[in-house]
Design a protein around this ligand. Structure first.
Ligand code: SMO
Length: 729
């Protein structure tokens, strides 16, 4: 893409950003929540008299007022979803630590908070189940509660006698650590509800807010100003958003709530948390011929709109980029007494990649074949595209083997293996991990509207809204390209997004779809506008073209990550020595922004693999409620990284008009699997490699790796005795 037209996209860097938190006009009331200290309890009494009597308190809402608040629907993407009863707030029972029990609206945040704290609640605690016990043992999945949704692909294929490899893994719950926590400002203005919300999907939010408040969508305007990161956690409205909007409508006053970091940990949507079990049947030559997968996903106590997406994605994505003819896949999701789980950067894709990539490694190890060579042999080949997988998905395009080769070349794979042999001979524990993955990039439609103004400027409006991805740059770049000679370096191009009044309705920024689908809509609308302007240069302005672009298919990105990790033999401390990653992104619109998405996703994937874990104890109490207890990667934690954006033949995909594939989630998909495989490769030289590998789990902390070293019989008997003692404690 070559253009000299300057795009004014440095607003945020110049401190001119405007976030929901910045919207604090005089007279705005503040909401605060009293949250449950119990994971499961009956409420026997609530006394809010003291709170109501406090000066500055305008309203206190408990079960009596909130019991009738209707809950919006959950995405019906999965037909047979069975919802757990979503009991209204404070109405007799609480289902998770942190669940709102009462809401106070007051003149200041401090008053609202002290009033909430003064509410007295009598609880009758019940035995909770934070996340259903998701069995990783062989045999049928045996969680302790009925699944809320259940998906199956393929047929059970008990080919007794065939050789097979198995893996069992548990992904910890994690949390999207957006710089900006969730928040909302809801104002009643001119008989309408105007809601400022950091949303990935303003149109969806408007529908959900309408369902909860009883207003029509026309009576609601959702405005999404600048957003400081979302990663799936802002894709669906939260319970607090619905309650604050309800309060604004009831009181006919502006009400605001900004989550504290603690509230995010307690009650914000979490991600991941699945238990994964898989078996790969191998032909005599080692080729994978059948995949069996059993996956159990936690949902928590309250279902956001996209709650069913991770389970559905994980199930449909298997068997990923490989030729595996038969599958028998089951994914189930279970409610529990914990914070809700929603989509989180990757949303089921990382789970599928993790399971499959561990299996591919184990198959290669069983047959003493190099894991990269083994993968190369079984990838779907370029001339087989488009390829229909056994779950009915269509991999649209790509040269997977070439992409893998690019990663191997840049990494220096052959010499790295030689170097590894020498270091191993010298007693080092060092591993090289390979992971391939596919990244489906959204289905359905997105909208665009482009207007030529009398002063020569243009306005581009999209139904997709940004949370820091830089849509202003990408969207205006696409418009400039389509308008061609109708723009000059002086032409002003404005980008509108995130406002249901000024933008056409859309699906939003999720599932790595903004450029592929939203960008296609902009390109088509701009081309139509350009054609009209060229046909009639004197056409009266403003002149507008709109496009609702429906993607005929889903674009599937592909990538290959190779990571090298050293494990300290004494302490288990890991050092990620390098990561090389080739990602087929189809057509690239903005190389800088594509790179930013890739490196950001890599950092998040690295966080999940190496340090992040939300932890509930057996009573359903959250033990990781702050950044003192929950580690996220910082700049110094980033390893040396080489990223190669492989710009494959855009014409090869007919999945969208641009030939673009998503990049947003890729880092979270491939990187954790590659790091796990690097750790597994590292400990595979120990006297008991199976035991060492089985001891690996996320996050790969020094302690985890130290335990794996001991399980693998690396250290002397004294040290092993100490390790066993520690296991018992
Ligand atoms: S997890 Mo994404 O925002 O679809």
């Amino acid at each position: 893409m070559s253009t000299n037209t300057r795009i004014e996209d440095d607003r945020l860097l110049r401190g001119l950003g405007r976030f929901v938190q910045d919207l604090d006009s005089p007279g705005t009331l503040h909401a605060a929540f009293l949250r449950s200290p119990h994971a499961l309890a009956r409420i026997t009494a609530i006394d809010a008299d003291a709170a109501r009597a406090l000066a500055g308190v305008r309203a206190v809402f408990t079960g009596a007022e909130l019991a009738t608040l209707p809950m919006p629907a959950v995405n019906p993407l999965v037909a047979d979803i069975r919802l757990p009863a979503r009991a209204p707030v404070g109405a007799g029972i609480v289902h998770a630590v942190g669940e709102p029990v009462a809401m106070v609206v007051a003149e200041t945040r401090a008053i609202a908070q002290s009033a909430a704290e003064s509410i007295e609640v009598d609880y009758d605690p019940l035995p909770p189940c934070a996340d259903p016990r998701l069995s990783l043992q062989p045999g049928p999945s045996s969680p302790s509660s009925q699944p809320t949704l259940h998906l199956a692909f393929g047929e059970p294929s008990p080919d007794a006698g065939l050789e097979s490899v198995e893996v069992a893994l548990h992904q910890p719950r994690v949390i999207a650590m957006a710089l900006e926590p969730r928040g909302i400002v809801a104002r009643w203005e001119d008989e309408r509800l105007v809601v400022y919300l950091p949303s990935q999907s303003p149109a969806r939010a408007r529908q959900d807010l309408a369902a909860a408040t009883g207003l029509t969508t026309a009576q609601i305007r959702v405005v999404t100003p600048d957003v400081g990161g979302a990663f799936g956690a802002k894709a669906s409205v939260g319970l607090e958003d619905l309650l604050v909007a309800f309060a604004a409508v009831r009181l006919r006053e502006p009400v605001r709530w900004i989550a504290s970091r603690s509230e995010e940990f307690l009650a914000g949507p979490h991600g991941r948390g699945a238990a994964l079990r898989g078996q790969l049947e191998l032909a005599a030559d080692g080729s994978p011929c059948a995949l069996r997968a059993r996956m159990a996903f936690p949902l928590g106590a309250w279902l956001p709109f996209s709650a069913s997406v991770p389970a559905r994605n994980a199930a449909r994505i298997l068997p990923g980029p490989y030729r595996i003819a038969r599958v028998d896949i089951e994914a189930a999701a279970f409610a529990g007494n914990a914070a809700p789980v929603n989509i989180y950067r990757g949303a089921g894709r990382p789970e599928a990649a993790m399971l499959l990539e561990r299996l591919m490694d184990e198959a290669a190890r069983r047959h003493h074949e190099d894991p990269l060579a083994y993968r190369r042999r079984h990838l779907v080949s370029a001339d087989a595209m488009p390829h229909t997988t056994p779950t009915g998905e269509v991999l649209d395009s790509g040269d997977y083997a070439a992409c893998l080769e690019t990663a191997a070349d840049r990494f220096g794979y052959t010499s790295a293996r030689e170097n590894q042999r020498q270091r191993r001979a010298a007693g080092e524990i060092v591993g090289i991990g390979v992971a391939c993955y596919v990244e489906p990039c959204g289905q359905g439609w997105e909208s665009a509207r482009i207007t030529a103004h009398a002063d020569g400027s243009f306005t581009v409006a999209s139904g997709s809204s940004a949370q820091g991805q830089g849509h202003e740059t990408t969207f205006s770049t696409l418009a400039i390209e389509a308008l061609g000679d109708l723009v000059s370096p002086e032409t002003v191009i404005r980008v509108l997004q995130g406002d249901t009044d000024t933008c056409p309705p859309g699906i939003g920024a999720l599932a790595s779809r903004s450029v592929a689908i939203g960008g296609s809509a902009i390109t088509l609308a701009a081309k139509r506008l350009a054609a009209r302007l060229r046909a009639d240069p004197d056409a009266p302005r403003p002149l507008t073209e709109e496009c609702i672009y429906e993607a005929p298919a889903e674009a599937w990105g592909f990538g290959c990550v190779i990571a090298q990790m050293r494990v300290d033999t004494e302490t288990g401390a890991p050092t990620i020595e390098s990561i090389t990653w080739a990602d087929d992104v189809g057509r690239i619109v903005s190389p800088t922004l594509a790179h930013g998405q890739l490196i950001g996703g890599l950092a998040q994937g690295l966080g999940q693999a190496m340090m992040e874990r939300i932890f509930y104890d057996d009573d359903g109490q959250l033990l990781t409620g702050s950044l003192m207890d929950y580690a996220v990667p910082r700049a110094a934690d980033m390893p040396p990284v080489q990223i190669v954006g492989v710009e494959s033949d855009a014409a090869a995909t007919r999945a969208n008009a641009l030939g673009a594939k998503g990049v947003g989630e890729a880092g979270c998909i491939g990187v954790p699997a590659a790091l796990m495989n690097a750790a597994a490769d590292a400990v595979s030289v120990l006297p008991e490699p199976d035991a060492a590998i089985a001891a690996l789990r996320f996050p790969l902390t020094a302690e985890t790796l130290w335990r794996a070293l001991h399980a693998g019989g690396h250290l002397n008997d004294d040290a092993r005795g100490a390790a066993q003692q520690m296991e018992q404690e």
